[in-house]
Design a protein around this ligand. Sequence first.
Ligand code: HEC
Length: 135
Amino acid sequence: MKKKISIVIVVCSMVIISSSFIQSETQKSITRGKEVYGLYCQNCHMEDGVGMPEVNPPLAKADYMKRPSKDLINVILKGSTGSLTVNGKKYVGAMPAQEYLSDEQIADVLNYAKNSWGNKIPGVITPALVKAQRK
Ligand code: HEC
């Protein structure tokens, strides 16, 4: 009986420790992402993620940000030209490919955008996911 209880205690604390580990790793990624954003994205998408009317779409509260991770990664890696509809509004602009950023920088900046300016979009983007999209 005692043994069972201690096994339960060990398993529970392992779960708690590992989930707080994952959380703090995500938090670190978001913090690093803010820096990447300031250097490479802010010029067009603005500090508060609201973009510029008709040219640069918003990231803040943007329906586009809820797309699968793969789509978001592709916008960063390949850029986007032509037009994009975000929150029902059409933006005609050109986003240059940001493929010179490292896998980690791209994961970080997207994790930052998913968790800033009122966004709370689930799903952590890892450098491995970015790597898999590079072709
Ligand atoms: C030179 C200006 C410019 C820069 C720099 C830029 N973007 Fe964009 N971004 C755009 C434009 C313009 C579009 C829409 C493209 C289109 O019309 O096809 C866009 C689209 C997007 C989208 C998809 C639409 C949306 O609003 O969710 C995401 C996500 C995005 N950008 C993120 C980023 C991130 C992250 C960075 C920095 C690594 C970045 N952009 C750098 C101009 C820019």
